[in-house]
Design a binder for this molecule. Structure first.
Ligand code: FPP
Ligand code: MG
Length: 335
């Protein structure tokens, strides 16, 4: 019953921005292609893959590929495959992430690990990664193969970095930005760069597309980290207020820990206690992050990356599409 309410509230929030309407025909093709990855055989795998692919999601990464394709030439069949495989990798990584985080909710529904179990979740994630590799082969472009192979290793490196640095209060901004680039920026950048490569843009234009995706991706992760502090599970369609409890030092906490305010020492001690002894310590730590201005500063940092993303859009000559890519960047930090 609780899950049904969360699903309803989550869906009700989802109003369709104009940049998505602009590419709705192409997005429909991507959606159909995504469903073609549901195994034909009527078994547990097809049940799980169907459950996860039909759970929706904003399809932000495919949308950026499609807008860049449209803004730099034609949307060809290979762009649709690129958008599809990007969403497959994203979905697979979330399935594995939910196992690691022991999360119960995703996209307003129960996670695969909570509805079934961790073992079948690993297999389901692996299956989607495998399908993404099949699609990558269909694109027949060695440069794009290399980019996406690197994305997969980046995802693993980002995730392991995060794992080994839990509850460490002396992490640097370089570490946080690098980790965000590996976890999130890398796939966004590939989606944008890949679309530009398929339309045979110049080296410098391809680099601008890559930078747009990189900056939007990092901003997306910062905003995601911020929303964990400021939004409810009903609003997000996934669990909230869980990062710090799990020892993840994200932008709001890092800003609080590096502020001029002497209360940062208290916050440091609370985090280093790993909230094992007293549950109230966790509430105190969250309060301190807010009081030391961590959330406002994280918002400003995300905005800074969005500004850099927009400054990279000179490779899009069509003003309407440039505006849509600019709005898409804003949408990511205003969600
Ligand atoms: C969500 O982060 C997770 C990611 C962006 C990447 C997760 C990557 C892996 C688990 C490794 C993938 C494995 C292979 C084989 C390539 P989050 O926990 O910050 O976001 P959330 O709040 O949505 O859970
Ligand atoms: Mg997670």
């Amino acid at each position: 019953m609780k899950q049904a309410i969360i699903k309803k509230t989550f869906e009700a929030r989802a109003t369709r921005p104009e940049f998505l309407t602009y590419i709705q025909d192409e997005l429909k093709l991507v959606e159909q292609k995504l469903y073609s990855n549901i195994p034909q055989k009527d078994n547990l795998l097809s049940e799980i893959i169907s459950y996860i692919l039909k759970a929706g999601g904003k399809r932000i990464r495919p949308s950026l590929s499609l807008l860049i394709a449209k803004g730099t030439g034609q949307v060809i069949k290979k762009h649709i495959i690129l958008a599809e495989l990007t969403e497959l990798i994203h979905t697979a990584s979330l399935i594995h992430d939910d196992i690691i985080d022991s999360s119960l909710l995703r996209r307003g529904r129960e996670t695969i690990n909570s509805l079934w179990n961790n073992k079948v979740s690993v297999i389901a994630g692996d299956y989607l990664f495998a399908q993404a590799s099949v699609r990558l082969g269909e694109i027949e472009n060695n440069e794009i193969v290399k980019i996406y192979a690197k994305v997969l290793s980046d995802l693993c490196c980002g995730e392991i970095e995060q794992f080994v640095n839990k509850f460490k209060t002396n992490i640097s901004w370089n570490y946080y930005i690098d980790k965000s680039m590996s976890k999130t920026g890398s796939l966004f950048a590939a989606a944008c760069k890949g679309a530009a490569i398929l339309n045979e843009l110049s080296v410098s234009e391809i680099e601008l597309a890559n930078n747009y995706g990189r900056c939007v991706g990092i901003a997306f992760q910062i905003k995601d980290d911020l929303l964990d502090f400021t939004s409810s599970a009903e609003e997000l369609g996934k669990e909230s207020c869980s990062d710090l409890k799990n020892g993840l030092i994200t932008a709001p906490t890092l800003f609080a820990l590096t502020s001029e305010d002497s209360r940062k020492e208290q916050l440091k001690q609370l985090i280093e206690s790993e909230f094992k002894t007293d549950h109230e310590n966790y509430d105190k730590a969250i309060r301190l992050v807010h009081e030391l201005g961590g959330c406002e500063k994280a918002e400003e940092l995300a905005d800074k990356y969005i500004r850099e993303a927009k400054n990279s859009l000179s490779f899009i000559k069509d003003n309407v599409i440039k505006e849509h890519l600019s709005t898409a960047a804003d949408f990511i930090v205003k969600r």
